[in-house]
Design a protein. Structure first.
Length: 441
């Protein structure tokens, strides 16, 4: 029954992917044909039978990327689609060059085709899975073993993250998750022996949650039957910092014209709303603890300190709230336009200046205040090893709904497990946070 359900699901998904590839073929044909008038070589419609080998290469690489056999989340699957289509593109160009057919196929057409696949196949698959997994029949049943907290977190994740196609079940299940936190070595082995003979898929969740083992290297010492896990502090590797720096500078230069346009509009609105300067500069902790001036748009009245003093006398509960979250629930110092800027996170836009000056990154840890250094505790050294940033994992994971302790835990996780793809995800999620004001205040 399980095998049949999996076979039906995989066949359906593969056929729909092929249908998508065919549709993109015809759309790309149409787009390229209509570019004939733009001083480009004339293009005749390509026959689909001459493109079958391309479909085969793409589906084969998608298959070997295991997206049809494993339940990846949307971002991980999207990364695998990007990688598969990129290598498919290179293989197709190589085949056309070797077989001397590169003059018969429009390189612009092929480029349009593969760019379209890279951009729209993840969206298509998300739509398809949303429809398929609306039917519980196609969901994998998962049984979870672990302490109450981890088990509750996993069950909640399976409910929210429908893209995984997994559903918690205690009776009829296909897959077993074993969360090892709180389990002894003997108990873990007992569970493995019990379920390994009955179920094909067993997933072990390590006790250590601050390391992304998906990016780790596994080494096998066969003679003594030991497996070694090699982990690295990703953002302390010189090559990674160079890659991050170059990619962020290029992206900053690309968004600079848009920044200038938005800046001019906001300067006018801030000046019209209240008296005072446009910028607010505050000392923050930079890389290696170096103090720098962090730029923001002014969002408060000039006599804000006097206003706050009176407010706190009438609302003493705000003092306790600030001690935990380092924010006030209702700050009376904030202007009308300042309230909008904070809710949309546009008040932090001038930090692009700090990025251009080399004091900050686009993505990374938040710029901590000088007075927060002691409260960071043992995490201070690792967080201050890298540049602070405009946005980061903390901002797309709850932002002001997080406690100070939760924030710096996210910061250390980000530094330990950095990848360029993680930065891309955070930037995309930041747009969502700004548009829908998630966690902003």
């Amino acid at each position: 029954m399980v095998f049949m359900k999996k076979t039906i699901y995989n066949t359906l998904v593969i056929l729909l992917d092929i249908l998508f590839l065919i549709c993109v073929f015809y759309i790309s044909n149409f787009l390229r044909f209509n570019l004939n008038d733009y001083n480009l070589p004339n293009f005749k419609y390509l026959q689909i039978e001459n493109f079958y080998f391309v479909f085969f290469i793409i589906v084969t690489l998608l298959y070997f990327s295991r997206i049809y056999s494993f339940s990846f989340d949307f971002w991980e699957e999207t990364k695998k689609i990007f990688v598969a289509t990129f290598f498919s593109f290179l293989i197709v160009l190589s085949i056309l060059s070797i077989t001397k057919n590169n003059f018969e196929y429009s390189r612009l057409f092929i480029t349009i085709y593969f760019i379209s696949i890279s951009l729209f196949l993840p969206v298509f698959k998300r739509t398809v899975k949303n429809i398929i997994f609306s039917c519980s029949y196609f969901k994998k049943k998962v049984f979870i073993i672990g302490n109450k907290q981890q088990k509750a977190e996993l069950i909640e994740e399976l409910k929210k993250n429908w893209y995984l196609g997994l559903e918690y079940s205690e009776d009829d299940f296909d897959t077993v998750f074993i969360a090892t936190k709180g389990l002894s070595k003997g108990r873990t082995n007992d569970y493995l022996q019990k379920y390994a003979f009955l179920h094909k898929d067993i997933f072990i969740i390590p006790y250590l949650t601050n390391i992304n083992f998906a990016n780790a290297n596994f080494v096998q010492y066969t003679n003594i039957r030991y497996s070694l896990i090699h982990i690295e502090n990703k953002l302390l590797i010189k090559s990674n910092t160079v890659i991050k720096s170059i990619s962020e500078k290029l992206l900053t230069l690309l968004i600079l014209p848009l920044f200038v346009l938005i800046h001019c509009i906001l300067v006018y609105l801030i000046k019209k709303d209240s008296k005072g300067g446009v910028f607010f500069k505050q000392e923050r902790l930079g890389q290696n603890g170096k103090i720098f001036k962090c730029y923001k748009y002014r969002t408060m009245y000039e006599n804000g300190d006097e206003i706050l003093k009176v407010y706190l006398q009438n609302n003493p509960d705000e003092v306790e709230y600030y001690g935990e979250f380092h924010k006030y629930k209702n700050d009376p110092r904030i202007t009308k336009i300042g309230n909008i800027l904070r809710k949309t996170s546009l008040d932090e836009l001038p930090q692009v200046i700090n990025v251009l000056k080399g004091e900050m990154n686009l993505v990374g840890p938040r710029p901590y205040m000088v007075t927060e250094k002691e409260k960071m505790g043992i995490n201070c050294d690792i967080i201050l090893k890298v540049k602070p940033a405009i946005t980061g994992l903390w901002q797309v994971s709850g932002r002001n709904n997080l406690t100070f302790k939760q924030r710096y835990k996210l910061e250390t996780w980000y530094i330990n497990n950095w990848t360029l793809w993680l930065d891309v995800i955070i930037l995309i999620k930041t747009i969502k946070v700004v548009l829908f004001k998630i966690g902003a205040k």
